[in-house]
Design a binder for this molecule. Structure first.
Ligand SMILES: Cc1cc2nc3c(=O)[nH]c(=O)nc-3n(C[C@H](O)[C@H](O)[C@H](O)COP(=O)(O)OP(=O)(O)OC[C@H]3O[C@@H](n4cnc5c(N)ncnc54)[C@H](O)[C@@H]3O)c2cc1C
Length: 509
């Protein structure tokens, strides 16, 4: 009777909102700051409505207060990526209240993101709402998801400072709040590396979030349509239909492969007037797919070239609105520029007053705890082992983030069940086995129903290393089983079949 529960919840909310609507109204709708109706464990420190659009200052804001000894301890998770979501999935809601803070209310299944740019998959097939990953977030009275950015961590007072994410001041101005935690897990991920090259942030599109994939798709389809309109010069047509990908790692290669499939199968049939103009260039400073061995790399190079992808070795010096300059002095005009040259720590991570690992990530010990502060853990791309552990920083991969999330969920459940879930109470607890990472292998698709699969621990080790259609089948089977929910597994499967039968959707929505 879920509908009945929802209906009664809705009736309660309506009552609550009608009582909160008693508050005085500001006549300027663009300058309202929120006046909260708080739940039982929120502080009652109401924010004044002020006639300005700036976020409320820290000395006058509200939030979730520290838990009391008879209440469930609270785990605050920063980030809703691979690490944070796997952690939340594994946390026991009977032991903890779970609070997640993130600027997006879903997890992105990144390995399939490149396929959404050209319509092989729909966007919703790769986005998993957090409420489905950990239903307690939407059901338990003390668990919440907050659409916000964490701006500051006060580890000594067990508190995080956050600022809401809004659609801009035209809707509602962002405001600040705090959350007290018993256990804090920092899983903020990373940001794309631009190596300080001018113009990258302004003119290139990254491929990390669903909105990036949407932007790429819109631009690609716009360029295709504009190049078909009378009056466009030959030179301009060539530029608009030149798709340049910078970075020859798995993401850059997979995107180039998807793009060339889209061109050979869909553009050639449905944009016959411009089919001979559209090109893909992949620029890489060294070798493409450097994490794979020589044989697989050579295979990928041959296949990409066969599909029409032009491989260029070069270093980008400068990015302008319609062209990039390379270190050899050449200029490459582009209509679409996708940047995928690896990741580095977020400025927020760099600014934190916490121990650091080599490379600027948050330093953790073997149990993924941040040393020197109580009850703080860090997982995923934003964390690395501190030097004293003697362990190497793990690669920025979903398989690392996911396994760290799983490990930490089990550890936190154990701590909570041992009665040490509240702040500063885990000092005497035996943590058990440390986290150990075992690499399961690497995979990458290269287009034309081909992929590389390397299931060896290292390039030199013995084991399975395949390329071709069988690898593509393994790649698809592996990822469809990794997709978090049955709902999305079903979507992905149906999207793949639809693409084979009817081709990719080319509507610019
Ligand atoms: C296109 C693409 C394809 C990939 N393919 C593969 C693959 O095939 N195999 C593989 O192993 N890895 C792959 N990866 C890498 C993998 O996605 C990352 O290693 C993984 O996402 C890291 O997980 P994470 O949780 O640490 O960070 P993320 O998944 O990046 O999540 C970080 C979260 O933190 C949130 N956040 C950021 N700032 C704040 C803030 N201030 N406050 C609150 N929240 C914040 C973000 O919104 C996000 O929800 C791919 C990556 C990309 C981009």
């Amino acid at each position: 009777m879920a509908w009945l529960r929802n209906l009664s919840k809705f009736a309660t909310m309506k009552r609550a909102s009608s009582s909160s609507s008693q508050r005085p109204k500001n006549t300027d709708p663009f300058c309202l700051l929120p006046s909260f109706t708080f739940f039982s464990n929120f502080s009652t420190n109401t924010i004044e409505e002020k006639p300005c659009v700036k976020p409320v200052e820290y000395n006058n804001y509200s939030g979730l207060q520290p838990t009391r000894p008879h209440e469930k301890p609270r785990v605050v998770v920063l980030g809703s990526g691979w690490a944070g979501c796997r952690l939340m999935k594994g946390l026991d809601p009977r032991v903890y209240d779970i609070v997640c803070v993130s600027p997006r209310n879903h997890m992105v299944f990144t390995p399939l993101l490149a396929s959404t740019c050209v319509g092989t998959l729909e966007f919703r097939s790769v986005a998993e709402p957090i409420g489905r990953i950990q239903p307690a977030i939407s059901r338990e009275p003390g668990s919440y998801f907050f659409l916000a950015n964490c701006t500051q961590i006060d580890a000594h007072n067990h508190m995080v400072h956050c600022e809401t994410v809004t659609e801009g001041v035209e809707t509602i101005a962002p405001w600040k709040f705090t959350i007290s935690y018993d256990k804090l897990v920092i899983a903020l991920g990373s940001q794309p590396s631009t190596f300080g090259i001018q113009g990258v942030k302004e003119h290139a599109i990254f491929l990390r979030e669903v909105h990036h994939a949407q932007e790429i798709r819109r631009k690609l389809l716009l360029n295709l349509m504009l190049s078909d309109v009378p009056g466009i010069s030959e030179e301009e047509k060539q530029r608009l239909l030149h798709c340049v990908v910078v970075g020859g790692g798995p993401t850059g290669v997979e995107f180039s492969g998807e793009l060339s499939d889209f061109i050979t199968k869909d553009v050639r049939q449905r944009y016959v007037h411009v089919k001979d103009y559209i090109r893909v260039t992949l620029i890489e400073a060294n070798e493409i797919l450097s994490s794979f061995d020589d044989r697989l790399r050579r295979y990928a190079t041959k296949q990409l070239t066969k599909s029409g992808v032009r491989l260029v070795r070069g270093i980008v010096k400068d990015v302008k609105p319609q062209k990039i300059s390379l270190n050899d002095g050449s200029e490459v005009p582009y209509g679409l520029l996708v940047w995928s040259t690896g990741v580095g720590p977020l400025p927020m991570i760099q600014s934190l007053d916490l121990p650091k690992a080599p490379g600027g990530r948050i330093g953790v010990d073997e149990w993924l705890r941040v040393p020197s502060v109580q009850d703080v853990f860090s997982i995923g791309d934003c964390s690395g082992f501190v030097e004293s552990t003697g362990r190497q920083t793990l690669p920025a991969l979903a398989q690392v983030a996911e396994r760290q999330g799983k490990y930490l969920a089990a550890l936190l459940n154990k701590i909570g069940k041992a009665g040490a879930g509240h702040a500063n109470s885990a000092k005497e607890i035996e943590f058990g086995d440390p986290f150990v990472y075992r690499h399961l292998g690497s995979m990458a698709t290269i287009g034309r129903y081909k992929a590389l699969v390397d299931l060896r621990q290292t390039k030199e080790a013995k084991g399975l290393a395949l390329a071709g259609f069988l690898s593509f089948f393994i790649w698809r089977s592996a990822y469809i089983t990794r997709v978090i929910s049955w709902r999305n597994r079903f979507y992905v499967f149906v999207n793949w079949i639809t693409t084979v039968v009817f081709g990719r959707d080319i509507s610019r929505l």
